[in-house]
Design a protein around this ligand. Structure first.
Ligand SMILES: NC(=O)c1ccc[n+]([C@@H]2O[C@H](COP(=O)([O-])OP(=O)(O)OC[C@H]3O[C@@H](n4cnc5c(N)ncnc54)[C@H](OP(=O)(O)O)[C@@H]3O)[C@@H](O)[C@H]2O)c1
Length: 347
């Protein structure tokens, strides 16, 4: 069987910004003859995610992430359909996901690393298994619940950075559903600002590329900031932390503004910001969704119900074709996506 796959062509150069040429499309053959325990899958949707930037480096800087190898097929979150199976848990037509899906149009995988999913959870919208009813939805929900300390009736204001992205767009909506009285998003374009306010119901949005973030935060959060869902780090986060109330909580989800730099994770804070955290008794604990997978099943069903009832709206940016995987990854890393960046590989 002729298939196409994407391999790592080169690692990002000196300035650290990934380019589509770091990836290469190849034709290859796949034997559809399965061994015991194996499953033949047709890839439906693939995910590109910020953590993959670390996998492009020879040393990922994180013990739980292995580097992608040069000239080898890269992998990440994927969803697909079983075409044939020699694994008792799967039959033709099942929809399955994996965190280690090769960027390949058809693949043979061990059944043991696949999760069967129920299309009814997403009303047939199978790409949601990579986003809102998958790892980024879980990150948003469990991040808010585990580290946000949102209290119903607590009169709290939440700020979300990376607010129009996959995690951020869901996190803000959950903050509101869980009880925050005001939710303000920070993101990188006026279209994104419009989308999070008009489509998702954020109270205000700040375009960090065009507006003065400290000034706009003061205007948008007249009672200060109690909960901060941090996806980006850097100057944006310094400005938010500076305006936080005593006893506030930072959900340290990600620091994408620093991922192209050669710094450890989480990148160190300035002495001034550390002093604000100390003196105002603000918590800032690192959140890792993979540490909470025992709560995933319940959380996914909650996300599914909220989406079906329309209480959570889902934004996606979809690109067609495996040949566009590398381009879609690089575009997402610099803000080309609104909501979850998805690549559609086949119907
Ligand atoms: N802790 C966990 O377990 C966990 C799990 C999943 C993801 N994450 C983290 O969550 C964050 C969001 O991930 P995601 O998958 O939802 O990606 P995403 O937000 O859908 O996409 C990344 C977004 O980051 C923004 N961005 C890029 N460079 C930036 C910069 N220099 N300053 C400010 N914003 C920048 C861009 O939006 P703009 O147009 O707004 O710039 C871009 O759209 C990442 O930091 C990721 O590492 C953490």
């Amino acid at each position: 069987m002729q298939v196409q796959r994407v391999v790592l062509n080169s690692r990002p150069g000196k300035n650290g910004t990934p380019v589509p040429e770091n990836f290469r499309l190849e034709d290859t053959t796949l034997s559809p003859d399965l061994k015991d325990g194996e499953v033949l899958l047709r890839t439906l949707y693939l995910s590109v995610d910020p953590y993959m930037r670390c996998r492009m480096n020879e040393d990922t800087g994180a013990e739980y992430l292995t580097p992608w190898q040069l000239s080898e097929c890269v992998d990440g979150g994927g969803v697909g359909m079983v075409e044939s199976s020699r694994c008792a848990s799967f039959t033709k037509g099942d929809v399955v996901t994996s965190f280690n899906w090769p960027w390949q149009t058809h693949v043979v995988m061990e059944g043991s690393i696949l999760q069967k999913v129920d299309p009814r959870l997403v009303d047939g919208h199978l790409s949601y298994f990579l986003g809102a009813v998958g790892i980024t939805g879980l990150t948003a929900l469990l991040g808010v619940r585990e580290k946000g300390n949102v209290i119903k009736g607590g009169n709290q204001t939440m700020v979300v950075s990376g607010a129009a992205g996959a995690c951020g767009s869901i996190a803000g909506q959950i903050g509101r559903l869980d009880g925050c009285v005001r939710v303000v998003g920070i993101c990188g374009s006026s279209d994104k600002c419009r989308a999070i306010v008009e489509d998702l119901g954020f109270d205000a949005a700040i375009n960090y590329r065009q507006e003065d973030v400290p000034t706009r935060l003061k205007e948008s959060c007249p009672h200060g900031i109690d909960v901060y869902f941090d996806n980006v780090g850097g100057n944006i986060s310094d400005s938010v932390i500076t305006q936080m109330n005593n006893g506030g909580h930072v959900i340290l989800c990600g620091q994408i503004s620093q991922y192209n730099k050669d710094v450890p994770y989480p990148p160190p804070l300035s002495e001034e910001i550390q002093e604000i955290l100390r003196s105002k008794n603000i918590t800032r604990e690192r959140f890792m969704v993979l540490n909470y997978m025992n709560k995933a099943e319940t959380a996914l069903s909650e996300l599914s119900q909220w989406i079906k009832s329309g209480q959570i709206k889902v934004l996606e940016t979809t690109v067609d074709g495996i040949e566009n995987m590398g381009g879609a990854f690089c575009s997402m890393m610099k803000g080309g996506n609104t909501g979850k960046q998805i690549i559609k590989i086949s119907e």
